[in-house]
Design a protein around this ligand. Structure first.
Ligand code: TXA
Ligand code: MG
Length: 319
């Protein structure tokens, strides 16, 4: 298993050697390596078992640092960067060729993010290169929101996990791109669309992978637990399985037909932030019980509810 600690010097040493390590961010834990080193990037794909046509986000500690890697920052992008970075926002910007093709999967744009986590910001300030970091989960599985989650799944493949506690946001960053005068959301995430629209006006939401087949974060089935997750209408769904072999992941309320020990509720108060923070950890918790299927439900389609619902839809099958 990986060693887990808060030692930035140790983390810097591994990264300078071209190793990949687990790092905390406010959204989810990342599997990080030197974004300018093709071998380190290749290691990330290998450890995650991720196809190389799925590009990586690069992480820096500030806007000045990422300017070096992009050829242009549209005004809207700059306005969003100034307001929301560091934070759960990723910008797709035209790249310069100082980023290896492997990192961007040969695309014209590079994805850039400034994570808001004190340990990782300090780590980034101590490096001469940006970090390429996808979520630190095996490809297709739920993203990790604690060092233990990373260790359980990838601990035998990496030397170190920088432990920054539990992620405060809990779902991946919102990914935004710019075309002509339009702002496009490619992945709903930890920064609600409403907050983005308050800065740049109406955005277009690129819902499905058909128009963007190179972003598996947008594949229909993704972020999935191993057990079958089945979607119910909120508050009125009847279950068709043996309740004793059934789990339930609810938004605010428990399901009356299922034993309480098989249930988790994302936020009894209906708080979207709390729900986002709990989402992936609760999916994992239920996945680890001996229930056969897990029923779940959608949240109201607003604020962070939209990003949470996006993850739930991709993780579920309809019954
Ligand atoms: O919150 C986050 O964004 C986390 C933390 C670790 O920073 N990272 C994360 O990375 O979620 P990942 O690789 O699991 O998801 C990134 C998504 C993928 O769907 C990828 O296809 C898309 O971003 N992406 C990355 N670079 C891209 C590019 N140049 N053009 C289009 N899509 C890109
Ligand atoms: Mg991911």
């Amino acid at each position: 298993m990986a060693s887990i600690g808060k030692d930035i010097t140790e983390a810097v040493r591994f990264l300078n050697e071209g190793e990949v390590i687990g790092i905390p961010t406010e959204t989810v834990y990342g599997l990080a390596g030197n974004a300018l080193n093709t071998e380190a990037a290749a290691k990330i794909f290998e450890v995650k078992n991720r196809p190389t046509f799925d590009p990586l986000i690069i992480h820096t500690s500030g806007i000045e640092r990422f300017k070096v890697y992009v050829s242009e920052i549209p005004d809207n992008a700059y306005a969003l960067a100034e307001k929301f970075m560091p934070g759960p926002l990723t910008l797709l910007l035209p790249r310069k060729d100082n980023i290896p093709d492997l990192v961007t999967s040969g695309l014209e744009r590079v994805a850039i993010r400034i994570p808001q986590h004190p340990l990782t910001l300090e780590l980034l300030r101590n490096l001469d290169f940006p970090l390429a970091a996808p979520s630190a989960n095996p490809f297709g599985y739920i993203s990790p929101t604690s060092a233990a989650h990373v260790n359980n799944q990838l601990g035998n493949k990496i030397p170190y996990i920088l432990d920054g506690g539990e992620c405060t946001v809990g779902i991946e960053s919102t990914i935004i791109g710019f075309e002509e005068n339009e702002v496009i959301v490619y992945r709903k995430g930890g920064l609600p669309i409403e907050e983005i629209e308050a800065v740049v006006g109406r955005v277009r939401i690129n819902e499905h992978s058909s128009s963007n087949p190179l972003a598996p974060g947008m594949l229909k089935s993704h972020y999935a637990p191993k057990k079958q997750l089945i979607l119910l209408e909120r508050g009125q769904g009847k279950i068709s399985r043996d309740p004793n072999k059934t789990g339930f992941l609810g938004f605010m309320d428990y399901h009356e037909d299922i034993p309480l020990k098989n249930q988790l509720v994302l936020s009894a108060e209906g708080n979207f932030r709390e729900a986002a923070r709990n989402l992936f950890a609760y999916m994992r918790q239920l996945d680890a019980t001996d229930v056969e299927v897990i029923y779940t439900e959608l949240l109201p389609e607003k604020d962070l509810g939209r990003a949470i619902n996006d993850r739930i839809r991709r993780a579920t099958v309809k019954e």
